[in-house]
Structure formats: structure tokens, C-alpha cells
Design a protein around this ligand. Structure first.
Ligand SMILES: NC(=O)C1=CN([C@@H]2O[C@H](COP(=O)(O)OP(=O)(O)OC[C@H]3O[C@@H](n4cnc5c(N)ncnc54)[C@H](O)[C@@H]3O)[C@@H](O)[C@H]2O)C=CC1
Ligand SMILES: O=C(CO)COP(=O)(O)O
Length: 331
């Protein structure tokens, strides 16, 4: 199938939306970036910069910003990078029609327990849906560092057309048809990154971090399989790949949030007045509820919930996790 994907638009002028606009512009393509903040629109257009969300990165002059979602009506496809909890509201105002939507947020909608593809399917029933997810710190991608990512779309031809349009010498999508699997990896790893940040902040050591990554991956796999994801997607870039990245670095906002918790700072203080997102904080309680509903055991996710809610001390959750009944590793 040949598909006209000439003009691309990006919805969301945070760090990742700006970095995706930079990727698109890197081969000389013009790209229209919708940003919610007037100061972002002005800085992108006047200074080719986004100091609010992606500081110290010179942006391509091929990126033009707008504060008017209606201006995206001329685009052939939309890369959608509004944070998970705002996706539904933003798409309700966007001119989606039957244009392919490439969803980039990593999270589960609070209240409804919907994955991003479910939110988008309700808001834009005629639009083909793809999910782009993987180990991608925005500042590295914007700087052109080598990056590989999962692009999942149930319609193989649409997925291939999008991957061809988005690939760049330093940005390599791998194709998948497992949309749910790609989404679950990204949503769950954010919660697990908070747990790994706690380990760092509390000085619990590298062994504990490796144990959390490994046992966290077991939780991700159990939940993903229960929701129809494929095991190979969860073991790929959008699952294990992104888990390893965000569990290893203070460049992750989720890891940093956990580090603060591990240092004994209350979640409310860490989350108050922040302009950047730590998606795992909103996803953790809804993921824990969804896991319970699916009869899936996720003790690390439960521990993160308890810490975020201020219901337990770090020492208490560590003791609780380690004193669970012994079990077989593969179950
Ligand atoms: N930053 C990164 O390295 C990566 C981020 N992502 C995902 O991309 C999504 C967006 O994250 P970032 O671009 O990093 O955001 P950011 O933390 O850099 O910026 C916050 C974003 O939230 C938006 N926002 C705040 N309140 C809003 C509201 N009421 N309605 C609509 N939008 C609102 C802001 O306009 C801004 O675009 C998240 O789901 C994140 O997990 C995915 C891959 C990499
Ligand atoms: O998703 C990301 C990298 O793949 C970014 O992680 P944080 O949202 O934790 O910064």
C-alpha cells in the first residue's frame, strides 16, 4: 500500500514532542509542532529553541510551532506526544479524521484504566493507530545519537509506511503489530523506574537494582501476557529495552522521582509545582488496580504505590518484598 505521508505534525511541545519534531526535520522535512504554552511556540519560532522543556538543544529551522490545533488539519499524519493523562482531552480538540496517529505517551489513563490506543480509538475512531515506544531519552534523540525504537501498528502496511517516513540515519524503528504489548512495556517501566530510583536514593546497592529490574520485568511480563501482549514485544525495545534505560539513569524523570522518595522526601513535595511529567506516578495506582482486576501479582508496583501514597517507609517495603513466601523463579 502506498500512503501519502508527506506533511507530518507533532502534537505536544514537551521534551519528547520537540525531539520527535527534530527527528522529522533532520532530513529537511518541514514539520508543524503544536505546543500548549505560548512561550514554547514563540521560542521555537523566534529562537529555534525550547528552553522550557528541552533546554540547550538548538532546533532545526524546519520546525514551525503553533498554538492552534486546527492548523494541523493539513497534515497527513500526526505524531501525538501529549502526556497520558491529557491525551483524551487533547485529541478531542485535534483534527484527527482518518489520518494515522502515532502515539508516544507512556501511561495508563487514571479512572478508566484505558491504554493510549483505547483512548485514541474512542477520540478518533476513523484514524489508524500506531504506537512508538522504546529507550529514547529526548535530549539524546534530539542530539542525533543512535536510537532504536518499536513502531507497533495492527495494520502492517500503515506501520511500514510510517516507519519509512520516520526512519533517519540515527533513528531506527523496528516494526511490530503488537500495539498492546508496546504500550504496556512503556507504561509499566515508568513505575519500575521509580522503584529503581528509590534503591539509588536509599543507597540499597547495585544488587538490589538488578534484582528489581529482573523481578520487575517478571511483573511486566505477567501483566502484559494477561492483557494479550506478546512475550517477544515485552522482551524487546519497548519493554525490557526501555526498562533497562530508565532504571539506570537520573536522566529519567521517573527514576529521579524515586530517588527523592528513597532519600525520604514526601511524594507530594516532589510532585508539587513540577512542569515536567513523571508518568509513573499517575500510572502506578491505576496499574495496581488493573493488575488486581486481572488477578496478576505485581508486588513491586504495589510497593511503589505505597511509597507514593506516603503509606509506608522505604525500609518497610523492602522488608515486605524480601519476606514474601519463597517461589519458583519462572512463575
Ligand atoms: N522525555 C522523554 O525522554 C520521553 C518521553 N516520553 C513520553 O512522552 C510523553 C510526553 O512527555 P514529555 O514530552 O517528556 O513531557 P515534558 O515533561 O517535557 O513536558 C510536559 C508536557 O505536558 C504538557 N501538558 C501539561 N499540562 C497539560 C494539559 N493540561 N494538557 C495537555 N498537555 C499538558 C505540556 O504542554 C508539555 O508538553 C510522556 O508520556 C512521556 O512518558 C516518551 C519517550 C521519551
Ligand atoms: O521514556 C523515557 C525514555 O525512554 C523517558 O523516561 P522518563 O519519563 O522517566 O524521563
Amino acid at each position: 500500500m502506498s500512503m501519502a505521508l508527506e506533511r507530518l505534525g507533532v502534537i505536544g511541545g514537551g521534551a519528547w514532542g520537540t525531539a520527535m519534531a527534530q527527528v522529522i526535520a533532520s532530513d529537511g522535512s518541514d514539520v508543524l509542532l503544536w505546543a500548549r504554552e505560548t512561550e514554547v511556540v514563540e521560542a521555537v519560532n523566534a529562537d529555534h529553541a525550547n528552553p522550557l522543556f528541552l533546554p540547550n538543544v538548538p532546533l532545526s529551522d524546519r520546525i514551525r510551532a503553533t498554538g492552534d490545533l486546527g492548523a494541523l488539519a493539513d497534515c497527513d499524519a500526526l505524531v501525538v506526544v501529549a502526556p497520558a493523562q491529557f491525551l483524551g482531552a487533547v485529541l478531542a480538540e485535534a483534527p484527527c479524521g482518518d489520518r494515522p496517529l502515532v502515539l508516544c505517551a507512556k501511561g495508563i489513563e487514571a479512572g478508566t484504566q484505558r491504554l493510549m490506543s483505547e483512548v485514541a480509538a474512542d477520540a478518533a475512531p476513523a484514524a489508524p493507530i500506531a504506537v512508538l515506544s522504546g529507550p529514547t531519552f529526548a535530549h539524546e534523540v534530539a542530539a542525533g545519537h543512535p536510537t532504536a525504537i518499536t513502531l507497533a501498528c495492527a495494520d502492517e502496511a500503515v506501520g511500514l509506511a510510517l516507519a519509512e517516513r520516520l526512519r533517519r540515519p540515527g533513528f531506527r524503528p523496528y516494526l511490530s503489530q503488537d500495539v498492546v504489548g508496546a504500550e504496556i512495556g512503556g507504561a509499566v517501566k515508568n513505575v519500575l523506574a521509580i522503584a529503581c530510583g528509590v534503591v539509588e536514593g536509599a543507597g540499597l546497592g547495585q544488587n538490589a537494582r538488578a534484582a528489581l529490574i529482573s523481578r520487575g520485568f517478571a511483573e511486566m511480563t505477567r501483566f502484559g501476557l494477561a492483557r494479550g501482549a506478546r512475550a517477544e514485544t515485552l522482551a524487546g525495545l519497548s519493554g525490557l529495552g526501555d526498562l533497562v534505560l530508565t532504571c539506570s539513569s537520573s536522566s529519567s524523570r521517573n527514576f529521579s522521582l524515586g530517588k527523592g522518595l528513597g532519600q525520604g522526601i514526601p511524594a507530594a513535595d516532589l510532585l508539587r509545582d513540577r512542569r515536567t511529567v513523571a508518568e509513573g506516578a499517575a500510572t502506578a495506582p491505576v496499574l495496581a488496580d488493573a493488575a488486581r482486576a486481572a488477578a496478576v501479582d505485581m508486588p513491586i508496583v504495589d510497593a511503589v504505590c505505597a511509597l507514593l501514597a506516603g503509606q509506608a517507609m522505604v525500609s518497610e517495603v523492602v522488608t515486605a518484598l524480601l519476606s514474601r513466601p519463597l517461589k519458583q523463579e519462572g512463575r
